[in-house]
Write a protein that binds this ligand. Structure first.
Ligand SMILES: N[C@@H](CCC(=O)N[C@@H](CS)C(=O)NCC(=O)O)C(=O)O
Length: 206
């Protein structure tokens, strides 16, 4: 059985949603980031980077949300979480969005919301605007609507929802600046599998 190491509400929620949407057989192992459990020798043996998520499978260990989401989707094709094989450009569009979220948006907003010690005052303001500018890119260029790719739900939707959720919880998902992101988050959170993943992590829709 698959085993997902996660921390509630952190970016591993994207992998969790993908496993749930795939109807995969999996179990959860909670890692408490506030207690530093991601740096214990036991966990570092699973993910030497000391971050969540990590997925243990019969094929081996996977880290990185991008890889875990793709593996969950590709090993459960009936769930239809990827564009079809005969639509390589659609797949490339999905990968473009996921790549942008992983390499640009996540680090930018993570610095604003989760830096240790926390950013304050001018330092926070200086980090916030470039982070919000990444959300502008998604709002205006990457999110087609209603789903990321248009009419089809893919793993990119669950992934994006994690970062929109963080912004809404921080009271920063301004409906005037981010109308499409707001509508998208609400739509993603209406999916039963997403609600189940949130519930399993002890969370509620934002
Ligand atoms: N690129 C990685 C990022 C993983 C990551 O940064 N996870 C954060 C939670 S959102 C974490 O575990 N941080 C703990 C730490 O930095 O100590 C992925 O997408 O899987």
């Amino acid at each position: 059985m698959l085993k997902l190491y996660y921390s509630p509400g952190a970016c591993a929620l994207a992998s969790h949603i993908a496993l749930e949407e795939a109807h995969a057989d999996y179990e959860l192992v909670r890692i408490d980031l506030s207690k530093g459990e991601q740096k214990t020798p036991e966990y570092l043996a699973v993910n030497p980077a000391g971050v969540t998520p990590a997925l243990v499978s019969d094929d081996g260990v996977l880290t990185e949300n991008l890889a875990i989401m793709w593996y969950a989707a590709a090993t459960h094709p009936d769930a239809g979480l990827l564009p079809p094989d005969d639509a390589p450009f659609e797949l490339a569009r999905m990968l473009r969005v996921n790549g942008f979220l992983a390499s640009a948006l996540h680090p930018a907003i993570g610095k604003v919301l989760f830096a240790r010690p926390p950013l304050e005052g001018e330092a926070r303001a200086q980090a916030l605007e470039p982070a919000l500018a990444k959300y502008d890119i998604v709002e205006h260029h990457l999110l087609k609507g209603p789903w990321v790719l248009g009419e089809r739900y893919t793993v990119a939707d669950g992934y994006l929802s994690v970062f929109s959720r963080w912004l809404r919880l921080a009271d920063l998902l301004d409906p005037d600046r981010f109308p499409k992101l707001n509508a998208h988050l609400t739509l993603v959170q209406s999916r039963p599998c997403v609600q189940k993943a949130l519930h399993m992590e002890g969370l509620h829709p934002a």
